[in-house]
Design a protein around this ligand. Structure first.
Ligand code: MG
Length: 397
């Protein structure tokens, strides 16, 4: 008997962060499936030119530029042909836009927290790339997701892998999540060797092509620390049951171990369009123009223990996942601040982990924070990180 699959409903997208790496790859998926998706809202931080091009191509109802001066300029140019929103308030409005039913949340850093909460309250389906939202505010966001029965699906490749391995399984039978890690561009380096590495070296990721901030987080291994937190919140699995293993080929995207010792793995090209598309179309896998995976060419998969002594950011991420509370947000906000400074060549690579370690050590953890407590911790950590970075500079003079 031939089973005909029911067709999926057409999805009207709001892409928050449409000019970034995840945003542009989402639009590539839209191009491949014009019957599946249409674009209702696009937002960008300050990339006005690219946003303008996207407006002409996708004809959304609304756009938002967080940079208010640029939003004003765009408004003048558009002459009312598209609704132009601005600032953080504009992002929140974009997240609850009435004519969009699915939000692709691809913002960078803690600024994603509020729009995610807005999207939940507006009962949107959420494809989440912005892991910082769960790291900082998982304790606030996940109860809301459950309460309102929101379909919140990760875009992060490791979490998409776990999501796929858990399909149809009983989470009570899971003994361990095994998150794989490429090791980043500095795998195998000692602390001494990391002194003075440049921004360009840190931005040169061996396997994944991503935006600047996440590429630096991958070089410090903070990204992996965040991903343990993200998995803990998404799958309600204690941090103690989540392992990290270095797998330099980035072909096994993550694994789930069950009580009988059986291990499920999700494997494939390191192409972010695969998890982006699956977050939108699950439980269906639909066509995507990727070449077949060649196991013979790949030759071998190898594994190593992560070096948490050299890469202190991973250790801090693991500690935060075990502790929970405002320390997770502090870690995230301090990291946001330090990575921004590193990308502007204001601090050295190792200053990132030194500064964050100091901010975390000065913080008094609140184990059960409200959203206001999280926002307060966020602002405190940013100020503190700035102060410590200044202190480090003065000491060196
Ligand atoms: Mg990832």
């Amino acid at each position: 008997m031939i089973m005909l699959m029911p067709s999926r409903p057409h999805q009207r997208l709001a892409i928050l962060g449409s000019t970034g790496s995840i945003g542009t790859q989402t639009l590539d998926i839209v191009d491949q499936h014009p019957n599946e998706f249409s674009v209702k809202v696009l937002t960008a931080n300050g990339s006005m030119e690219l946003l303008e091009k996207q407006v002409h191509q996708y004809r959304p109802e609304a756009v938002c530029l967080v940079d208010e001066t640029k939003a004003d300029a765009l408004k003048k140019k558009m002459k009312g042909s598209v609704h132009v929103l601005s600032g953080y308030a504009g992002l929140n409005e974009a997240a609850r836009w009435e004519n969009a039913d699915t939000i692709v949340q691809a913002l960078v850093g803690n600024i994603g927290m509020k729009p995610t909460i807005e999207a939940i309250h507006a009962r949107k389906k959420i494809a989440l790339a912005n892991k910082e939202t769960l790291v900082s505010a998982g304790a606030v966001v996940m109860p809301l997701v459950k309460k309102h029965h929101i379909d919140l699906t990760p875009i992060d490749s490791e979490h998409s892998a776990i999501f796929q391995c858990l399909k149809g399984e009983n989470v009570n039978e899971v003994t361990r999540l095994i998150i794989t890690c490429s090791g980043g561009p500095f795998r195998g380096k000692t602390l001494n060797q990391l002194e003075g590495v440049t921004r360009e070296q840190a931005l040169n990721h061996p396997t994944w092509k991503m935006g600047g901030k996440i590429t630096i987080d991958s070089a410090t291994l903070m990204n992996k620390g965040f991903e343990v937190n993200e998995a803990m919140w998404l799958y309600d699995i204690p941090a103690e049951k989540i392992d990290v293993v270095v797998h330099p080929q980035s072909i096994i995207h993550s694994m789930v171990e069950f009580t009988d010792g059986s291990i499920m793995a999700q494997v494939g090209h390191h192409d972010m369009r695969i998890p982006i598309q699956y977050a939108l179309t699950h439980p269906s896998h639909i066509k995507l123009n990727v070449p077949p995976f060649d196991f013979v060419k790949a030759k071998q998969f190898t594994f190593e223990q992560p070096d948490v002594k050299t890469f202190d950011c991973l250790q801090m991420g693991l500690d935060a996942a075990r502790e929970k509370g405002t320390v997770c947000c502090v870690l995230n906000a301090a990291n946001d601040t330090c990575v921004e400074s590193f990308l502007k060549n204001e601090i050295e690579f190792l200053d990132i982990q030194r500064t964050i370690r100091e901010v975390v050590s000065r913080h008094k953890n609140n184990k059960h924070p409200s959203f206001e407590d999280v926002l307060h911790a966020d602002a405190w950590a940013r100020k503190e990180a700035q102060k410590i970075m200044r202190e480090l500079k003065t000491k060196r003079k």
